[in-house]
Write a protein that binds this ligand. Structure first.
Ligand code: CTP
Ligand code: MG
Length: 337
């Protein structure tokens, strides 16, 4: 009897690549979107520099890591001296400044793991999250952007996976599923593990870039223009990779044993990370190591119920790509729970 994980993908899988590429193109942000985003950053810079003239503004997340769609929000990090003031105090003051400058729905969320001010821009309607001195986010944004420049299949795959996750309602961290950031790391790790490899492990190479975030060195090889041909030996098409991605998470991944790690370009055991039991709210049922904050499990919010939902969705996706007559449509059918 053939086991499900031994199934090979359908022989005509490549015929779906053009449709998937067209969908990818349609998800990319428009010129108009990019210029509106720039205007928002300009007006924000003006507001902030009145109160904090030395503050530096960094974009992070999908508006800067090249994984952004036209629906993505704008994530901003302010780098500044805070002297004796706590981050919460600065954020409350920032919220007042932004309200006075007529930004909409301004709200300081000071109790989150990464405290932020959230607001929306009346001009563009974009929603914007602002955090303070979160240099890990600045470093991981650059890391993702650099990975994206090595092989175009990463962006294509990750856009489709993010779109699928949003349509299927499994991109909601507050409900126990996964962040967009986690999905992109799953894609990177998956391409690091293909045979032949499609992506290298930049953190395991010579360190040409270093950023110190709260005493932790975030370092890796960032001369990615030298790696343009890295994945050339692997000829897998987008459709094949998308199927293999879902098939991996549906049938191959050892949820009980393994942690995926972009940092080492492989899997490591939960044992090695001491992620074998629940600690506080970290359940460690589905483990994705943050590349720089290596104590962070990006799957920590996944619980017994949501891990089941996620695995069922991975299985559905793999079987739609395997058997459906019109997988490019069926795969992304909306499911609201
Ligand atoms: N981030 C992080 N640690 C997390 C979650 C997020 O450091 N546990 C940072 C990352 O820099 C990430 C950014 O916050 O790129 C934004 O996260 P998220 O909203 O999940 O991803 P986006 O890429 O912005 O996706 P979307 O297009 O859905 O907005
Ligand atoms: Mg975002």
């Amino acid at each position: 009897r053939t086991r499900r994980w031994q199934v090979e993908c359908r022989p005509d899988i490549d015929s779906f690549t053009p449709g998937l590429l067209a969908l990818y193109e349609s998800l990319k942000p428009s010129e108009e979107h990019n210029s509106k985003q720039k205007q928002l950053v300009d007006s924000l810079t003006k507001s902030v520099s009145k109160e904090w003239p030395n503050a530096q503004l960094h974009l992070y997340g999908s508006c800067a890591n090249s994984f952004g769609t036209s629906h993505s929000d704008v994530d901003v990090c302010l780098e500044m001296e805070t002297d004796t003031e706590s981050t919460a105090e600065v954020l409350l003051k920032l919220a007042d400044v932004l309200r006075a400058d007529n930004f909409n729905n301004v709200e300081a969320i000071t109790s989150a793991r990464v405290p932020i001010v959230r607001m929306s821009d009346p001009g563009s309607g974009f929603s914007c999250d602002i955090c303070i001195n979160n240099l890990f986010a600045v470093a991981n944004t650059k890391l993702l952007k650099d990975y994206a420049q090595i092989d175009q299949r990463l962006l294509q795959l990750a856009f489709l996976v993010k779109h699928w996750a949003k349509q299927r309602s499994v991109n909601e961290t507050y409900r126990g599923t996964l962040s967009s950031y986690a999905y992109v790391l799953m894609c990177i790790n998956f391409l690091q593990l293909r045979e032949p490899k499609i992506l290298p492990c930049l953190q395991a190479m010579e360190h040409t870039y270093t950023l110190n975030a709260d005493g932790t060195e975030c370092a890796y090889f960032d001369k990615v223009h030298e790696l343009q041909d890295f994945g050339a030996e692997n000829k897998e098409s987008l459709a094949e990779l998308l199927w293999a991605f879902f098939h991996y998470w549906a049938f191959h991944h050892d949820y009980r044993r393994d942690v995926i790690s972009v940092r080492i370009g492989n899997k490591i055991s939960k044992q090695e990370k001491n992620w074998t039991t629940r600690v506080g709210n970290d359940r460690h049922l589905m483990c994705i190591e943050d590349p720089f904050e290596t104590g962070h499990d990006l799957g920590r919010g996944v619980d017994r119920q949501t891990i089941r939902i996620l695995r069922e969705e991975f299985e559905r996706a793999a079987s739609v790509l395997q058997y459906d007559d019109d997988p490019c449509v069926t795969l992304f059918e909306r499911y609201d729970c």
